[in-house]
Design a binder for this molecule. Structure first.
Ligand code: SF4
Ligand code: SF4
Length: 361
């Protein structure tokens, strides 16, 4: 397995990381842990989990798998999204118990959605509590996960608090986070990318996105994973696995693979261009909506228009995939709450109005 140094930590991690948010049957600990152990046997050594993933079972599944593995053979990442220092400590201790380990290799200050949240995590004690846990040896490396844009992430890294950052980054949304990579390279910190397949958008639109493929690539999934890990500033790409077959597919993308030359990456970026900006990645952070608008489904339908260019693509996607009609978009009361937390900074309200206008079309 191809590994890269995680920033200045002295740790080499596999360029494919195991994303622990897609177990097919989380209640089945043995079957789920078997997928984790299989990935480890295939050379994956970075395992990412969090409280609440997979009906709150993901950490337990990972712990069940780790019992059979030498502690020095894997790196585990988990997270806490609380700003309060006491709550972070309690969450960390719970994660240690569930993961059945004495320390967390990469502990994330979880999910910065607004620039002011870093200051809040400092002021309310979360950062201090994590630093204390690091001094005690319960955390090896303090890192951060963020849905902010590139410039805001650069500010987060400029704080010097973190040894690495986890961001959503893929061949469709890369312009939004380019400055994060610049800042990470400047500070020599690790960058783990989540969502390399754009929340399934890339495989679902394989024909339309065929230009992502280089001569060595079997399909767009391979191409999308390689696009991420070929970039020098990116340490690893997290892939959510639910089966051993999926592990094999991802491992095949990086085995015997020479990273894309810079020219190929630039060519892909040029091909994508402005017309592919503004995709919803289906992360769901915009929910709940006070008017119960099913925002990710509506925005997924709008993605279909971005890809296919027609209003009919929206109505087809709503009708045949989601069982919804365009008039469901008219329930929006224009409060704007979703746009303040949208990880892709999408003009959700404008898009909902455009969808609602398709009623009867
Ligand atoms: S702006 Fe509309 S869609 Fe967004 S949260 Fe408010 S009511 Fe819901
Ligand atoms: S609208 Fe934004 S926050 Fe909501 S699912 Fe899409 S990308 Fe995520």
């Amino acid at each position: 397995m191809w590994t890269k140094p995680y920033g200045k930590t002295g740790v080499d991690v596999s360029v494919i990381g195991f994303g622990g948010m897609r177990f097919a049957h989380p209640a089945d600990l043995d079957a789920s842990a078997a997928v984790v152990r299989y990935a480890h046997a295939r050379g994956i050594n970075y395992f990412d989990t969090a409280p609440f993933y997979c009906e709150d079972k993901s950490e337990e599944i990972m712990g069940h798998a780790f019992r059979a593995l030498p502690r020095s053979s894997f790196y585990v990442s988990t997270k806490c999204g609380s700003a309060d220092g006491g709550e972070l400590r309690a969450s960390l201790e719970k994660s240690l118990r569930r993961l059945q380990v004495d320390y967390i290799d990469f502990f994330h200050i979880w999910c910065l959605l607004r620039p002011d949240q870093l200051e809040e995590r400092i002021r309310k004690g979360a950062i201090g509590a994590a630093q204390k846990a690091r001094e005690e040896g319960l955390i090896k490396h303090l890192v951060v996960s963020s849905h902010l844009g590139g410039e805001d992430n650069a500010t987060v890294l400029d704080s010097g608090l973190f040894e690495g950052i986890t961001i959503g980054y893929n061949a469709l949304n890369f312009p939004f986070r380019a400055k994060t990579l610049d800042a990470a390279a400047r500070h020599n910190v690790g960058v783990v990318t989540m969502n390399p397949l754009g929340g399934g958008l890339i495989p679902r639109n394989a024909a339309r996105l065929a230009f992502l493929k280089g001569p060595q690539d079997r399909d767009v999934v391979q191409a999308a994973i390689r696009f991420n890990v070929s970039q020098p500033a990116i340490t690893a790409a997290l892939v959510g696995f639910s089966s051993e077959h999926e592990v094999d597919e991802a491992v095949a993308a990086v085995e015997h693979f020479a990273p894309y030359p810079a020219e190929h990456i630039e060519q892909v970026k040029a091909n994508i261009g402005a017309g592919f900006e503004g995709f919803c990645t289906g992360c769901g952070y915009c929910l709940p909506c006070p008017a119960e608008v099913q925002i990710p489904k509506m925005m997924d339908a709008f993605n279909a228009k971005i890809l296919d260019g027609s209003d009919g693509a929206i109505t087809d996607r709503l009708k045949w995939h989601w069982g919804l009609a365009p008039d469901a978009a008219a329930a929006c009361i224009d409060c704007g709450a979703c746009e303040t937390v949208c990880t892709q900074h999408l003009p959700i309200r404008d898009r909902l109005k455009a969808i609602a206008a398709l009623v009867g079309s």
